[in-house]
Design a protein around this ligand. Structure first.
Ligand code: ADE
Length: 112
């Protein structure tokens, strides 16, 4: 049998209340199994999202199935599997932005 890819242990959550605490996140996502790690978005662009890493692929699946549309403080959660292509796209965009900023600053120093 094929070994399940690691991505299926990781879920990507959006539309979280900005002020949600780590304890609240562990309460919500821990219901479906042991959680190894939660990484909450902490930039303007990523606030309200989180990556939740489960120990077990079946628990990640249960969370995707049962928490999609779950109401938290009047917001409905969007719960997806982690998508490495999307994560790579985001990283690429960030890297491009940083590169542009470096170029911009080097021009500024030259007084252009
Ligand atoms: N960015 C947008 N959607 C994503 C997903 N499903 N996984 C990782 N990063 C994402």
């Amino acid at each position: 049998a094929k070994i399940a890819p690691d991505m299926s242990r990781i879920i990507y959550v959006r539309n979280l209340p900005f002020k949600i605490t780590d304890d609240e996140l562990y309460d919500i996502f821990g219901k479906y199994g042991a959680v190894r790690q939660i990484r909450k978005g902490n930039t303007d662009k990523t606030r309200g999202s989180a990556f939740v890493v489960y120990e077990d692929v079946f628990d990640a699946r249960a969370a995707v199935d049962q928490l999609s549309g779950f109401n938290v403080a009047g917001r409905y959660l969007i719960v997806l599997y982690y998508n490495p292509q999307k994560a790579a796209q985001r990283q690429q965009m960030l890297a491009q932005k940083e590169e542009l900023e470096r170029i911009r600053q080097s021009y500024q120093k030259k007084g252009a």
